[in-house]
Write a protein that binds this ligand. Structure first.
Ligand code: G4P
Length: 534
């Protein structure tokens, strides 16, 4: 095995996906503590913003900008180099989260056992499913009275359309939470509130009839455990790693992050089975991580919001080969050579200049405007990676320059902020001077105005637009496509790649358009991977 193979097999690049408040920050922190990357609790800043005003949000972003290393947290555990990608917590910025998922090889889904499957969880899992990303699941907050575990499994399987395979099973809940039984390793793990699990709290129990269980958790919970396990084995097939790696089934763990319960076992399992860098699909061909030549793509751009230092950091995921400091590469979109003297790797609270990065690693590149989200860098080959789709925004506005004397600043600001992914920009066919912006959440509109003014000295205002539902469209029948566009010209927008988007104002009118135009395909992402709606 050569060094490239050895290094890439060590890599484990993943993200935590969850609905806000499920415990993502708490788990991240515990993982970093176990990985020795931080030494005190409270070191990880939550990305969520419970305060809703734009200036509070900007303050928070500035704080996060300073500790930019929290975007990617690298640490060593169980012989593997783990790269945990942070995904923004604020619901309005979920698009950034979706894109972050393009840079990982697996995901950890965290579900609050009191609330069950929530909105954001559904959407994020849909993105994972699109790419067959393996998902492991952690049911959190078992120290609270929550939903029945069987019900939680049912709900997860039904709502997220993924097979569930319990690996651990909870004994009691809330005040009666006694621990979990590991169905695969046949081990009992006892829960002592507020205490880290000690070796004496873990015992092998090969046979569930063992009276030791009654002794440790009480007769009635022991009886319930036996009954549950008998029921489970009839309903769920045993866990198979292959099904997980194909994204077809998710192993499920139960625990309590705040109490540090079940997290180490989760990390042990992840490091033993989570995939190392997987092949990445490009428009031209599939790129294997073990290929010697370097390829990588930019999935996130983080701006320095201080107008006096307009540098940005482009986050590049290494897909194949090695990325070397000072080596000249090929920036595919511009066709120009590209080289960096200070590629940065991120640890939990630090960052450092690296000479070499391997597949699965994320490097930060100081950028003064070269990169856009989705850009590919190679050793010369033309490769355009798939998997960094734009998602259909839910709010649309006409955007207008409110200060005609600042025309140049207005356009520059708008273009740069769109490149950063703050908003998506569309135009109208044959009326390219009219610009429409699309966002996932209201707050993005305010952030755009704020940043245009504070960083570019430009002012913008918005005008209402009726439509709220967007679908990217294409067709194998060019004539039908032209006719559809002509007939619906007032409802058509064009994105920056020149792809057409059909706007409708209700699910009902969308369904009607779809039924009346069988030759047109409608997609909810720009990538057109799967005709989810059709
Ligand atoms: P997020 O990043 O997914 O938004 O969630 P975060 O970790 O911030 O957790 C959300 C809330 O849930 C926090 O409480 C956290 O302490 C709590 N929590 C996390 N894990 C558990 C658990 O296993 N059991 C229980 N009972 N609570 C848990 P908070 O009051 O919002 O914040 P804080 O004041 O405790 O920081």
């Amino acid at each position: 095995m050569n060094e490239l193979d050895r290094q890439l097999r060590r890599r484990l690049t993943f993200a935590i996906i969850s609905h806000p408040d499920s415990g993502k920050t708490t788990i991240t922190e515990k993982l970093l503590l176990f990985g020795g990357a931080i030494h005190i609790a409270g070191a990880v800043k939550s990305g969520k913003n419970t305060r809703a005003s734009v200036s509070d949000f900007m303050e928070m972003e500035k704080e996060r900008g300073i500790s930019i290393s929290t975007s990617v947290m690298g640490f060593e555990y169980g012989g593997r180099k783990v790269n945990l990608l942070d995904t923004p917590g604020h619901a309005d910025f979920s698009e950034d989260t979706y894109r972050g998922l393009s840079a990982v090889d697996s995901a950890l889904l965290v579900i609050d056992s009191v609330k069950g499957v929530e909105d954001r969880t559904r959407k994020l899992c849909e993105v994972c499913r699109m790419r067959h990303t393996p998902i492991a699941t952690f049911m959190n907050k078992l120290d609270r009275e929550g939903k029945d575990p069987v019900e939680l499994l049912d709900e997860t399987e039904r709502e997220l359309a993924i097979g569930v395979r319990p690996v651990t099973w909870p004994i009691g809940q809330g005040r009666n939470f006694k621990g979990v039984y590991n169905l695969v390793e046949r081990k009992l793990l006892l829960f002592v509130p507020g205490e880290v699990v000690k070796p004496s709290d873990v015992m092998s129990i090969a046979d569930l009839a063992d009276p030791l269980i009654d002794e440790r958790v009480g007769a009635s919970l022991a009886a319930k455990l036996r009954e549950d396990v008998a029921l489970l084995s009839g309903v769920y097939p045993p866990f198979e790693t292959a099904e997980y790696l194909e994204g077809k089934a998710t192993p499920v763990f139960f625990g309590s992050a705040i109490n540090n319960f079940g997290i180490r076992e989760l990390l042990d399992t992840l490091t033993s089975m989570a995939p190392h860098p997987t092949p990445k699909v490009s428009e031209e061909r599939t790129v294997l991580p073990e290929e010697e030549k370097f390829t990588g793509f930019v999935f996130k751009i983080h701006a320095n919001m201080n107008p006096r230092h307009r540098d940005r950091i482009a986050f590049l995921r290494v897909c194949s080969g090695t990325f070397e400091r000072n080596k000249v590469y090929h920036h595919v979109r511009s066709g120009k050579p590209f080289r960096t003297a200070n590629p940065t790797a991120f640890m939990a609270q630090d960052s450092e200049i690296v000479d070499l990065a391997w597949p699965g690693d994320i490097v930060g590149i100081h950028d003064t405007g070269t990169f856009k989200i989705g850009d590919t860098v190679t050793e010369g080959e033309t490769i355009n990676f798939k998997g960094i789709p734009s998602f259909a925004p839910q709010i649309f506005r006409y955007i207008v320059n409110a200060d005609p004397e600042k025309e140049k600043q207005y356009h520059r600001g708008l273009d740069q902020l769109a490149e950063e992914g703050v908003v998506q920009i569309f135009s109208k066919p044959k009326q390219s001077n009219i610009r429409v912006i699309g966002v996932v959440g209201q707050l993005q509109l305010e952030v755009l105005q704020y940043r245009m003014e504070h960083e570019y000295g430009a002012r913008c205002s918005y005008r209402h637009i009726e439509s709220t539902l967007a679908h990217w469209i294409d067709s194998g029948d060019q004539k039908a496509m032209r006719e559809f566009i002509e007939d619906n010209i007032r409802r058509i927008l064009v994105d920056i790649r020149g792809t057409h988007i059909f706007m409708s104002d209700s699910p009902w009118s969308f369904e009607r358009a779809k039924a009346n135009n069988p030759a047109i395909r409608f997609y909810s992402t720009s990538e057109m991977v799967e005709d989810r709606d059709g």
